[in-house]
Design a protein around this ligand. Structure first.
Ligand SMILES: [Mn+2]
Length: 342
């Protein structure tokens, strides 16, 4: 590496220095890296992948992979068009880096199968989801559930490598931080993440330019979808659980697409007295529902989602269920009701 590595970087106590150094060493030594984001990508997984790309790409061969489209509000990030949706042959890479995800299963079925066929592939995991520990077998990993965004961990990695925080890197990482903390408002907003945000601003980054692109640049189809979805609002358990529903018909009638769904759950989440918010989204096959879960109180929605094979964080998680909407709702509501009683 050309850069002077930063020997005196002080890491948060929840990141093991030896794990961290191992990840930095593996990435430094690699020449050809596949950086994989999780499916249904959000600002964190995309910004993290792009920040690594900006830093490494002059010297290394970097391929960005994400199974699904980049949502329109992240396409302002330079390089966002470089994500390939087709998994390349993984044999050509020295390292496969998973960012904001701890298992290949949550990247794509294709990657999961490719890794099963190539057990010697060298996987690196950089994540902050609590269940990552029992995820993908890797040669090195940094998993810190105390990190509010994986972009925070990427920042430490880049600092360690002596990276100059360019405006491009700052915009990508600020996107990670801002979106995963709900604009620095959720419980994962910490002293340490604010310090990283502050350091990013020293690059000359204009935060209003980033947040304008992410939040204030909505296609009219998205507003139509919001309007449609709000009328589906359902309250249960004395208003402690608030749900909205998005069907394939809704996408058709509004002209919206699935990438415009990401923030709909903030509406039920914001209702007074709602401890659990749910967004049910019908998938294209019409037989499956993706359920996003949010908690604004003591309920651990990661535990709830895991009952159905999903996962996430304590306050934000997701799972997918098969069946008619009534059956799916019944299953989720039963679990939510039980959780509310505890
Ligand atoms: Mn994240």
């Amino acid at each position: 590496m050309n850069k002077n590595t930063n020997q005196h970087l002080s890491l948060p106590a929840t990141i093991s220095e030896s794990d961290f150094n191992a990840v930095c060493d593996v990435l430094s030594a690699a020449k050809n890296i596949l950086i994989a984001s999780h499916y249904n990508p959000d600002g964190d997984t995309l910004g993290a992948a792009l920040a690594l790309y900006y830093f490494f790409s002059p010297e290394k061969e970097i391929t960005l992979y994400c199974r699904d489209n980049v949502p329109y509000n992240y396409t302002f990030l330079p390089g966002s068009h470089l994500f390939t949706k087709e998994l390349p042959d993984i044999k050509q890479f020295d390292v496969i880096a998973l960012v904001d995800v701890g298992s290949a299963e949550r990247v794509s079925e294709d990657l999961q199968k490719a890794l099963e066929r190539n057990p010697n592939a060298r996987v690196v995991v950089i994540d902050h989801h609590p269940q990552s520990g029992d995820g993908e077998p890797s040669i090195a990993s940094v998993i810190d559930p105390e990190a509010g965004a994986v972009g925070e961990i990427i920042y430490y990695i880049l600092k360690k490598m002596g990276a100059e925080i360019t405006k491009e890197i700052a915009a990508a990482l600020y996107t990670c931080l801002h979106t995963d903390t709900g604009g620095f408002s959720y419980s994962n907003t910490s002293d340490r993440i604010m310090k990283v945000a502050s350091e990013l601003l020293q690059s000359g980054l204009k935060v209003n330019e980033v947040t304008y692109e992410i939040y204030e640049n909505q296609p009219i189809a998205q507003l139509k979808l919001i309007s449609k979805t709000l009328s589906s609002l359902e309250l249960k358990f004395n208003g402690k659980c608030a749900s909205i529903f998005v069907t394939q018909e809704d996408y058709k009638s509004t002209g919206a697409n699935v990438e415009m769904t990401e923030r709909l759950i903030n509406f039920p989440r914001s209702i007074k007295g709602a401890e659990v918010a749910l967004a049910f989204r019908q998938l294209k096959n019409l037989k499956e529902y993706k359920i996003s879960l949010r908690s604004s109180g003591h309920i651990d929605v990661n535990a709830l989602a895991r009952l159905f094979g999903g996962g996430g964080h304590t306050h934000a998680a997701g799972c997918t269920l098969t069946g008619a909407l009534d059956e799916v709702k019944q299953k989720i509501y039963t679990a939510v009701e039980r959780a509310l009683k505890n």
